[in-house]
Design a protein around this ligand. Structure first.
Ligand code: DGY
Length: 338
């Protein structure tokens, strides 16, 4: 007698190539409701009895959800590299595998970071709003004054894959790069990238562009606040393509409005998808709806990787990009609990 295919829930329809990769491999239940996140109550209900969940970073996978899913759950495949939406420790305790989608989105996210850096220093969002009322305007010597990048200092906060890809691009703009991270990069890597390590305080006083690439943890929550903004140069810009809660948005709005810093570019928000009202009123703040990884090629790669991880997880194979595989209890067959 053949075994029934593994039951999985996808909290959002993926790109077509990723959906095709699921065909004939499992029995997927796909949430296709309005284009917002799956409502929590529905997520809890539809998770029940699943062997695998493929979730977006908008879904919280916590004890309540794991209880609702029940003991058959083997894998939670996140469609994102950041996994602060998942209680990994609790998943590990229950023998549930967690996977993410690193590497495939590094370059696209670094490109988007640079789009926001350029938009912030050259005031693109404010400039774009300028001619839209269709009123005549005259180009003047004080109009839309921005900042230069050449010869300036880029400060990378959190120098993992994306931070390093952002640093690599800085050479083309003639910038010097400093970084802060809990661990120093190997000396050879520092030399290849042309980066020097600083502590956060030094970096904030030195940098003309501060770009955030740290994970969201209790240590990094509100790392950017009134106090840290006050350490930055009044001509400096802040760009955040990591996680919204790393920046206190009310404090950021105060800092930009009171010229404590020059401008900001945000891909992520403290209470995403909500954006702090006082930020929206500021022409020197560029806000985009978390499109760090949303290029056609990268979305396809993320979808395919998440599906590959999901299918590996439900069948007890080692997934390509596990978050907690090495910490899971091992079954007699040598694979994580199946
Ligand atoms: C992720 O996948 O964690 C990023 O936020 C993509 O932009």
């Amino acid at each position: 007698m053949t075994e029934p295919p593994p039951a999985v829930l996808l909290t959002r329809e993926l790109v077509p190539e990723a959906m095709r990769a699921l065909e004939g491999r499992c029995a997927p239940d796909v949430y296709t409701g309005p284009p917002d996140a799956i409502p929590r109550a529905e997520f809890l209900r539809r998770a029940e009895g699943r062997h695998g969940l493929l979730v977006m970073l908008t879904e919280r996978v916590d004890r309540e959800l794991l209880d609702a899913a029940g003991p058959d759950l083997r894998v939670v495949a996140n469609h994102a590299v950041g996994h602060d939406n998942i209680d990994v420790a609790e998943c590990t305790r229950r023998g549930v595998l967690v996977t993410n989608t690193p590497d495939v989105l590094t370059e696209s996210t670094a490109d988007l970071t640079w789009a926001l850096i350029l938009a912030s220093v050259r005031r693109i969002a404010g400039g774009d709003r300028f001619p839209r009322p269709r009123a005549p305007w005259v180009r003047g010597p004080r109009m839309v004054l921005g900042q230069d990048l050449h010869g300036k200092v880029l400060g990378i906060v959190g120098c993992g894959r994306v931070g390093q890809a952002v640093a690599r691009r800085a050479r083309g703009f003639g910038m010097h790069v400093v970084y802060t991270a809990p661990r120093r990069l190997p000396a050879q890597r520092e030399a290849e990238l042309g980066v020097r390590r600083r502590d956060l305080g030094q970096l904030l006083t030195e940098a003309d562009v501060v770009s955030v690439h740290a994970p969201l943890t209790p240590m990094t929550r509100h790392l950017f606040n009134d106090e840290t903004f006050a350490m930055m140069k009044p001509t400096a810009v802040l760009v955040n393509t990591a996680r919204g809660p790393i920046v206190d948005e009310k404090a950021l709005a105060r800092a930009v409005e009171n010229a404590v810093i020059f401008a900001a570019g945000l891909d992520v928000f403290e209470r995403e998808p909500e954006v702090e009202e006082s930020l929206l009123a500021l022409d020197s703040v560029t806000v985009v709806p978390h499109p760090g990884s949303t290029t056609t090629r990268t979305r396809a790669a993320m979808g395919l990787l998440a599906v590959e991880n999901l299918l590996a997880g439900v069948s007890g194979r080692r997934p390509r990009t596990p978050v907690n595989h090495h910490r899971l209890p091992v079954s007699r067959s040598g694979s994580p609990r199946s």
